[in-house]
Design a binder for this molecule. Structure first.
Ligand code: ATP
Length: 540
């Protein structure tokens, strides 16, 4: 599928528009139009339904170590600035950074230095973080290793120019990262003010500086105690939140994939440290099957477990659910959701002060005077098991998904071009969005075949009956074949048509968007039939 076809369909049919388009748009910001808003609402509400409201806390679900509870929360976008200091976002998002996908190390973009070198017909940029005095030795040693050369063959290395800093190198695919074994592992740099700054109140000084949240997760951690104290919830349990997050990404791109304002659907799942590994596996698999059940079933979806060197020091497991978006080069996948075992890093950081993620066991990050670099709340965020009497800090499993990326993946997967017969039976090319019925913005459309003989009246009655329970659309304009095609483009799974036969036996035609099968039902049964058809695709 060519991406520009989907982009133009999204615009033409009102799924997505550039933000502030009449003023030329704003890079990294997107608006959802009349169909898009319904699609994205469905993504969010299906997620909330499946993860929170429909969760049966008395059932022992397949793969889960035990029954568990789920609940939700809705926090503010602007929180106490200390939250972001203890979470690590303040430090990590403070400079222009590049990440190494291989070593998982993070570097200040302008601090990475290196030299161009050529050997065996290949020209690469070998980078280093070594002190100036040791940098030539370091790049030489690593260049030899990369090209499989011995020290005595160092003359085969043809150095090109003096040391440069990374911002002077345009093509990152030819860069050997400071701790990497292969080329192209460094990400694009991320801006220092990845967190959007704002001011609270009338005075604009440093005292009133606050941030728009870069993730929803922290709101859950800081309310952990409130939720425990205001409910009878017991570990293991999860708290879910859906909401806007903001990141001042340097290079927003690929349609909505990397935006500056986006929506997240996150769960923090609290469990006993002893069981955390099993819970991690449970959530990883459960989240993967959620996407599969909603139609991302093919080879374009994959679950990628991070290997040891990619993991944060405190994490015993992280997996990404990835989708081969059509705008990526063949073989590349983009992250839809990350499922991370976060240990007790977050609760302890909010309790004691920011921990140093590079220590194991985790220790408080201290300043030059040995004082906590960022002070925690000092509140007790431990959990006491009232049955066993044990007190501990729960470990956390975090399935963190993006509502916009999921919506985009569902759009990409749904986009299909095939052939369907027109009203004369002649095959015509059609564009159809084959959404899962639970996600489809409209569940059905109702048409009178022609605008006479009382057909519109019957069709309007059916429309009124359906409208109370479902988002449906009424259309009596133009040839019926064109009306079908408009609904195919909107991804409407069923069309109900009132025709000549309806006048004789009170039956109507139901047409299935994907199979193009048509069958007749009694006009009075439309609500039951649509309920049945939509139930058929329910997942959990
Ligand atoms: P990436 O590496 O692609 O920037 P990330 O690892 O920083 O993503 P997380 O911090 O794990 O992402 O955020 C969780 C989820 O939030 C991601 O899986 C993604 O679905 C969504 N997300 C993160 N950043 C963006 C963004 N700029 N635009 C849209 N969605 C995003």
């Amino acid at each position: 599928m060519e991406m520009d076809k989907l982009v133009s369909l999204c615009r033409r049919r009102g799924f997505l528009f550039q933000s502030s388009e009449i003023y030329g748009g704003l890079n990294g910001f997107w608006d959802y139009g009349p169909l898009g808003v319904e699609l994205k609402r469905n993504v969010r509400s299906v997620w909330w339904h499946d993860m929170v409201t429909a969760h049966n806390d008395m059932a022992h679900l397949p793969g889960a170590p035990s029954p568990f509870e789920m609940t939700g929360i809705d926090c503010t976008i602007i929180m106490h600035p200390q939250v972001w200091k203890c979470s690590g976002h303040y430090d990590l998002f403070h400079d222009s950074m590049v990440d190494c996908r291989q070593s998982k190390r993070r570097y200040r973009h302008d601090q990475v230095r290196g030299r161009w070198v050529e050997a065996k017909g290949q020209r690469i940029f070998v980078s280093t973080m070594a002190e100036t005095s040791a940098e030539q030795d370091d790049v030489q040693r690593r260049a030899l290793k990369y090209f499989h050369l011995r020290g005595k063959n160092a003359d085969q290395l043809q150095w090109d120019g003096d040391f440069l800093t990374l911002p002077e190198v345009a093509d990152l695919s030819r860069v050997l990262g400071p701790d990497a074994k292969s080329l192209g592992t460094l990400t694009e740099p991320r801006e220092f003010n990845l967190m959007f700054k704002t001011f609270v109140g009338a005075l604009g000084g440093a005292e009133s500086t606050a941030f728009l949240r870069p993730e929803t997760a922290q709101g859950i951690f800081v309310n952990f105690k409130n939720v425990l104290d205001s409910t009878r919830i017991r570990v293991p349990f999860g708290i879910a939140q859906v909401g806007k997050s903001f990141r001042n990404e340097i290079t927003p791109r690929n349609f909505t994939f990397r935006s500056r304002e986006f929506e997240q659907m996150e769960i923090e799942f609290f469990c006993h440290p002893r069981q955390s590994k099993e819970w991690y596996q449970y959530w990883r698999d459960r989240r993967m099957s959620w996407y599969t059940a909603l139609g991302l079933a093919g080879e374009r979806l994959r679950l990628r477990e991070h290997d040891a060197e990619e993991l944060s020091h405190y994490s015993t497991g992280t997996a990404d659910i990835e989708y081969a978006f059509p705008f990526l080069p063949p073989g590349d996948f983009g992250e839809l959701e990350g499922i991370a075992h976060r240990g007790d890093f977050d609760l302890r950081s909010h309790m004691e002060g920011k921990l140093d993620p590079n220590t194991r066991p985790l220790q408080l990050e201290v300043d030059a005077d040995g004082k906590p670099r960022w002070r925690g709340s000092g509140k007790d965020l431990t959990y006491r098991d009232d049955l066993s009497g044990e007190r501990y800090i729960p470990h956390v499993i975090e399935p963190s998904a993006g509502a916009d990326r999921a919506t985009l993946a569902f759009l990409c997967e749904a986009y299909t071009e095939d052939e369907a017969p027109d009203e004369n039976g002649k095959l015509q090319r059609r564009t159809v969005l084959k959404f899962h019925p639970r996600l489809a913005p409209l569940k059905a459309a109702v048409f009178p075949l022609v605008k006479k003989d009382g057909m519109p009246q019957i069709a309007r009655e059916i429309y009124a009956a359906l409208k109370a329970d479902f988002p449906v659309f009424y259309d009596e304009k133009g040839a019926v074949g064109r009306r079908y095609r408009r609904q195919d483009e909107a991804g409407t799974p069923f069309c109900i048509t009132v025709d000549g036969q309806t006048l004789k036996d009170n039956t109507v035609t139901v047409r299935d968007r994907d199979s193009l099968c048509q069958w007749r039902i009694r006009a009075d049964d439309c609500v039951d039939e649509l309920t049945r058809l939509l139930k058929r695709g329910e997942t959990s």
